[in-house]
Write a protein that binds this ligand. Structure first.
Ligand code: 5GP
Length: 138
């Protein structure tokens, strides 16, 4: 499948669609998931085009993972969850719904199930406050 230049994350990277930004550098962008599976659920994308792990360069994938590590540390500091899940889905069969490579950083708690994937939009004011908390912990 050819990379869709107008997928939602490509448009966020180009600044055509707003996001609750957490971190940005030359190669990557991190922002709040608008349908979080837990409070603090953050997404990390490489800025370069690539729909999944197979079509993304090793350099871009490595840059995204470095940012995911940085963001995970900040999420841990900001929300103090006992666990953090790092997830990256490839293909519809794996649950991928946006075809621009992204890494999920999701707080996890003992005995608390993961929220449903891409199902429940969060309040924008809440997402803005969570993004500010994570930015302050970077
Ligand atoms: P995937 O299923 O591809 O691994 O994950 C896509 C993620 O993107 C989902 O968790 C979904 O909630 C999130 N998402 C979908 N549309 C948007 C959007 O417009 N903005 C943001 N920030 N997240 C989105």
């Amino acid at each position: 499948m050819a990379y869709d230049q107008d997928n939602i994350f490509a448009r966020i990277v180009r600044g055509e669609i707003p996001c609750h930004r957490v971190y940005e550098d030359a190669d990557t962008l991190a922002f709040m998931d608008i349908m979080p599976q837990a409070e603090g659920h953050t997404l990390v994308v490489p800025k370069s085009a690539g729909e999944d792990i197979f079509s993304t360069s090793p350099e871009a994938a490595a840059a995204a993972m470095c940012t995911a590590q940085r963001v995970a540390r900040a999420v841990k500091k900001a929300f103090a969850p006992p666990g953090i899940m790092i997830a990256q889905l490839n293909g519809a069969a794996a649950g991928q719904s946006v075809c621009h490579l992204h890494i999920h950083v999701i707080p996890r708690y003992v005995g608390k199930d993961l929220g449903i994937h891409a199902a429940n939009p969060a309040d924008h004011a809440v997402l803005a406050e969570h993004a500010a908390r994570i930015r302050a912990a970077l």
